[in-house]
Design a binder for this molecule. Structure first.
Ligand code: PHE
Length: 342
C-alpha cells in the first residue's frame, strides 16, 4: 500500500520535474514533494501503522525516493541554467567584424593654434603660464593698476559689473593678472597670462564684447626698457620670421611708465601701405611699458630694488593677421565650414 503510494509519487514527481520550465517552478516542486508539509512527509506519517519488520524496509525505500527526487531536481536545475546561459551568450554576441560607427574628429580652433605658438615661444624663454578668473575684483582690474575712480574705462557704459556696487566685474583686460601674480609669487617673476576679457562693445567686423588677450610680465632686479624691447622683438621674429621690422611708439597706460605701443611693419606690403595695414605701413600688435612703481609698491614689491616690464596683446587680431581672416565674427561663430579650412 505505502510502497505503491511511494512508487506513484516517484513517477509523478520525476516526470513533472523533468518538464519544469524554470528554476522558480522547480523550487515550488521541491516544496510540494519534499517539503515539511509535502507529499513524501504525508506518506511517511503512515509509518506508525506498519509492522516492525516492514518499517526499516519502507524507510529505506523512502530515503531512496527522497534522494532520487533531489537528484532529479538538481539535474533539471543544471539543464535549465545551461539553456539560460546559452541564450544569454547568443543574445550578447558581438560581431567583431562589423564596421564601427564613424567618429568625426575635430581639430584645434585656429586662434588656439596661434596661442599655442605664442606659449611655446615664451616657455622657451623660461616664462611660466598663469591663469586667473574672468570674474574679477574691480580692485585688481582697476584700482591696484593705478586706474582711478574717474577713469573712463571704469564707466558702466564700458564695463560689465556685477550687482550694483561695482566692486566685481568681468575683467576688461588681462592686466589684473599682473597684480594677482605679484601678490602670490615671489620675485623674480616671468609669466604670461592668456585669457578672455569683456567690454561693452557692439559686435562688428573688428569688435566683440568678449575677446582674448595675452598678458606678460617680467619682474627682477635691474630690468629696463631694453629688456622689454629685446624680448618682444625676439618674440615677433619667432612669430613672423627673422628680420621682421618693429617700432615702439610712446603711449599712455596708467599702470606702466613709460608706456608704448609696438607695431610691426606690414608683412603684406612691406610698409608701402595697403588694405591690411589700412594704408599705414605698420600694424599695431600690443601695448607695453615698465610696470609703474605705484603698482609694484601696491603689490608689496619695493620699486627701489625691483623693476619690471609688462605687455598686453589681443589674440584675435594676431590670429586674423596670421590666417588673413577679415571679420572677427568668423572666429566666434564656430561655423564648422569656416573652421575646417585651417
Ligand atoms: N591692458 C592693456 C590694454 O588692454 C594693455 C597693456 C598691458 C599695456 C600691459 C601695458 C602693459 O590695452
Amino acid at each position: 500500500m505505502m510502497k505503491d503510494m511511494m512508487q506513484q509519487l516517484r513517477d509523478t514527481a520525476i516526470s513533472a520535474i523533468l518538464k519544469a520550465e524554470n528554476v522558480e517552478s522547480l523550487e515550488a516542486m521541491r516544496i510540494k514533494y519534499l517539503g515539511k508539509k509535502g507529499e513524501l512527509t504525508a506518506i511517511l506519517k503512515q509509518m506508525g501503522s506498519l509492522s516492525p519488520e516492514e518499517r526499516p524496509v519502507m524507510g529505506q525505500i523512502a530515503n531512496k525516493l527522497r534522494s532520487d527526487i533531489e537528484e532529479a531536481l538538481d539535474q533539471r536545475r543544471k539543464d535549465l541554467e545551461a539553456v539560460r546561459m546559452a541564450l544569454k551568450l547568443e543574445s550578447e554576441t558581438v560581431d567583431v567584424t562589423m564596421p564601427g560607427k564613424d567618429v568625426r574628429e575635430g581639430h584645434k580652433h585656429p586662434m588656439y593654434n596661434v596661442l599655442d605658438q605664442i606659449k611655446d615661444i615664451f616657455i622657451g624663454m623660461g616664462f611660466e603660464i598663469v591663469d586667473g578668473p574672468e570674474v574679477e575684483l574691480s580692485k585688481y582690474n582697476f584700482t591696484m593698476l593705478n586706474i582711478d575712480e574717474s577713469h573712463p574705462s571704469r564707466e558702466w557704459t564700458d564695463t560689465f559689473y556685477f550687482k550694483d556696487d561695482s566692486s566685481i566685474c568681468l575683467r576688461t583686460q588681462t592686466s589684473p593678472m599682473q597684480v594677482r601674480t605679484m601678490l602670490t609669487r615671489d620675485v623674480p617673476i616671468r609669466m604670461i597670462a592668456p585669457g578672455r576679457v569683456y567690454r561693452k562693445d557692439e559686435v562688428d567686423a573688428t569688435h566683440s564684447p568678449m575677446f582674448h588677450q595675452i598678458e606678460g610680465m617680467v619682474i627682477d632686479k635691474g630690468i629696463t626698457m631694453a629688456d622689454l624691447k629685446a624680448t618682444l622683438n625676439l618674440v615677433v621674429e619667432k612669430l613672423y620670421g627673422e628680420g621682421t621690422v618693429t617700432r615702439f611708439r610712446p603711449h599712455h597706460f596708467p599702470f606702466t611708465e613709460p608706456s608704448c605701443e609696438m607695431d610691426i611693419r606690414c608683412h603684406k606690403c612691406g610698409g608701402k601701405g595697403c588694405p591690411t595695414c589700412k594704408g599705414e605701413g605698420w600694424i599695431e600688435i600690443l601695448g607695453a611699458g615698465m610696470v609703474h612703481p605705484k603698482v609694484l609698491a601696491g603689490c608689496g614689491i619695493d620699486p627701489d630694488v625691483y623693476s619690471g616690464w609688462a605687455f598686453g596683446m589681443g589674440l584675435e587680431r594676431l590670429a586674423m593677421g596670421e590666417y588673413k581672416i577679415t571679420d572677427l565674427r568668423l572666429i566666434f561663430e564656430n561655423d564648422v565650414r569656416f573652421l575646417e579650412q585651417f
